[in-house]
Design a binder for this molecule. Structure first.
Ligand code: ZN
Length: 223
């Protein structure tokens, strides 16, 4: 992922040769300054590379690594508009830097990242009130309306076809309601295995609904 050209596929010729200057430089999730011979419709050629940030702290904890890899997995499945390359690059960079500062509950930071990705792509999610009647009591929520991009309350959900909505538990609804500003309450937030499964499923289904194609988050299967 680059800030100027979006996603670029490159071949690093000779990088496996121990004598190559590139040998051992290429690491997953690191950041680089690169010189490439840009080719259209095929892999570009990597000519020079220097590490600007190796992000090796991301590998200190298995769950941290998985949460970081999941962001890369998401980007691999997205198509970016030219004007958005830089903002998506910065979003990913900031996410990885933030993960390094957290000791636990990396998955919550990942969900916040996904929420931002969705809003950059133009389908942000409303988690403060019901998207239909504006009810803002979180205890009255039924779940998520993919059709209307956010919470739907119990009353409104009764008037809609069942397959338009995805029901979720109260605890999950509460967490989602706080997700945008959750950075400063991480310590107090409770997240159970059940909530992890539920929220991962919500995001996966939501992205699938938006893109009309399969969307996967395999990196998160360790949770
Ligand atoms: Zn409602």
């Amino acid at each position: 992922m680059t800030d100027k050209f979006g996603k670029v596929g490159v071949i690093a010729k000779g990088s496996r040769n121990p004598k190559s200057k590139m040998s051992g430089v290429l690491q997953n999730l690191s950041e680089y300054e690169i010189v490439i011979y840009k080719k259209e419709n095929t892999l570009s050629l990597l000519k020079e590379i220097s590490t600007t940030q190796d992000n090796k702290e991301l590998f200190d904890d298995l769950y941290c690594t998985a949460s970081a890899q999941a962001a890369a997995e998401v980007y691999l499945q997205l198509i970016f508009e030219k004007n958005d390359y830089e903002s998506f690059y910065i979003l990913l960079h900031d996410y990885l830097q933030y993960l390094k500062k957290v000791d636990d509950k990396y998955i919550i930071i990942f969900w916040r990242f996904l929420l931002r990705v969705a809003s950059y792509l133009g389908f942000s999610m409303e988690f403060r009130r019901c998207v239909i009647c504006s009810e803002d009591n979180i205890n009255k929520m039924h779940g998520i309306s993919f059709h209307k991009n956010g919470f739907i309350c119990k009353e409104c959900s009764k008037k809609k076809p069942v397959n338009e909505n995805y029901s979720c538990s109260k605890k999950t609804a509460k967490l989602l309601a706080n997700l945008r500003t959750i950075g400063n309450q991480l310590e107090e937030v409770e997240v159970t295995n059940f909530m992890i499964k539920e929220i991962n499923a919500i995001f996966k289904n939501y992205f699938q609904y938006q893109f009309h194609k399969k969307f996967h988050l395999r990196s998160l299967e360790i949770f």
